[in-house]
Design a protein around this ligand. Structure first.
Ligand code: G3P
Ligand code: MG
Length: 382
């Protein structure tokens, strides 16, 4: 039996008290195998918990392996709940599988922009603009939006829209939302005369200056740069993280910082204040959606489980959110309430000795491996 020091909640599932005391944990093979479907699930944040950039951290590969049986079948329903993104969920699942050494299904990947799918009905056949790192237009196109242009491509139709573009020595590869040959696959329309009906910030913007300029052009002209129209088209952000943990040792400015920059400029040059909607954690919708996905995953867990055909028959007693950002991951799990239980790691944005003052987690640990240790021990004895 191993002993590991962790801040452990004294009264189980009780937010009231955190005490530092040694917590016994056993290796997974020693834990009793439940013949029923597990009544708990886990949501893993990615940046600052499982990865830093593309490097696994906190013992994440070992920790995740413990959630699979010897046959490689998923034993504990879990998913990744990240505010990051920029590539379709299918691609992210493949990348994560390679980096972490376990087989991740696309349904186990919920990114900041995943909820954009819910807007399909409204904008399916309308011209929309998508911006951010990676392939934002491909992401939106895979969700079913038919007339998507990346902001890169959209800007290219307007000569001199970016007055400093000639000083930018990098080149941008223009991606199309509809495949590799934009001429063949993008529906015929004229970007300079067709109104943009909505703008989506899919992932962290790369060229902030150009994006702020072009978004202001779109948003203060009713969707047609250069025209007079004060009706602002809807603007959606995949997340609102002020900072996040990337490969650099200190936090980096995130999409929330970009939103503040855009909003500050827009509100100075336009008569009406910027209107926008932000998705991603800590939005309660994200946690509800994660719970629904975990329930579906739960039904495929544990080969020995008795299948009575009713996916909802075994409601979760606990869903663990393991995150590094108190303002995003912990706040979201706390707001979501039962059955969510928050675990804060010290591998990312949060590095405090004790708990976070404003958004205290139910449990604080050093790494994701410790978090999984705690969960498996707790669940094998409860
Ligand atoms: O851009 C990524 C970031 O804002 C947060 O990602 O995985 O920590 O939710 P994550
Ligand atoms: Mg994080």
């Amino acid at each position: 039996m191993r002993f590991r020091a962790a801040f452990r909640v004294c009264e189980s599932r009780n937010r009231a008290q955190l005490l530092l005391q040694p917590q016994a944990s056993r290796s997974f093979s020693q834990l009793p195998i439940n013949s029923q479907r597990p009544s708990f699930g886990i949501a893993f944040d990615i940046d600052g918990v499982v990865l830093r950039g593309r490097v696994p951290i906190g013992g994440s590969p070992q920790a995740l392996r413990r959630l699979y049986g010897d046959s490689g079948a998923l034993k504990v329903p879990f998913l990744f709940l990240t505010n990051g993104g920029g590539v379709p969920e299918t691609r992210r699942a493949t990348e994560l599988s390679e980096l972490l050494g376990v087989h991740i299904l696309p349904s186990q990947v919920v990114q900041g922009h995943s909820p954009f799918k819910t807007l399909l009905k409204r904008f399916e056949n309308e011209l929309i603009i998508a911006t951010g790192k990676g392939e934002p237009a491909v992401v939106m196109s895979e969700y079913g939006f038919k007339k998507v242009l990346s902001l890169d491509e959209y800007a290219s139709y307007f000569e001199n829209i970016d007055p400093v573009s000639q000083y930018k020595l990098w080149t941008t590869k223009q991606e199309s939302g509809n495949g590799s040959d934009p001429k063949k696959l993008v529906p015929k329309y004229n970007a300079t005369s067709d109104r943009v009906k909505a703008a989506f910030v899919v992932s962290d913007p790369v060229d902030w200056g150009r994006d702020i300029q072009v978004l202001c052009d779109i948003l203060r002209s009713g969707g047609l740069p250069g025209h007079k129209n004060t009706q602002q088209p809807p603007l959606y952000f995949a997340a609102d993280d002020l900072e996040y943990q990337a490969a650099f040792p200190f936090e980096r400015l995130g999409m929330g910082a970009f939103r503040i920059a855009l909003e500050s400029v827009f509100n100075r040059i336009h008569c009406n204040a910027l209107e926008y909607v932000s998705f991603g954690k800590p939005n309660p919708f994200v946690f509800k959606n994660a719970e629904a996905i975990l329930r579906q995953l739960q039904s495929s867990c544990n080969d020995n489980a008795i299948d009575n055909g009713d996916v909802g028959s075994n409601p979760f007693k606990t869903i663990y959110m393991i995150g590094d950002n108190p303002l995003v991951d912990i706040k979201g799990a706390r707001q979501a309430g039962h059955p969510w239980f928050s675990i804060l790691t010290r591998t990312g944005v949060f590095r405090g000795k004790d708990n976070h003052a404003e958004f205290p987690a139910d449990l604080v640990v050093d790494t994701v491996e410790e978090a999984v240790d705690y969960i498996l021990t707790e669940e094998s004895t409860s």
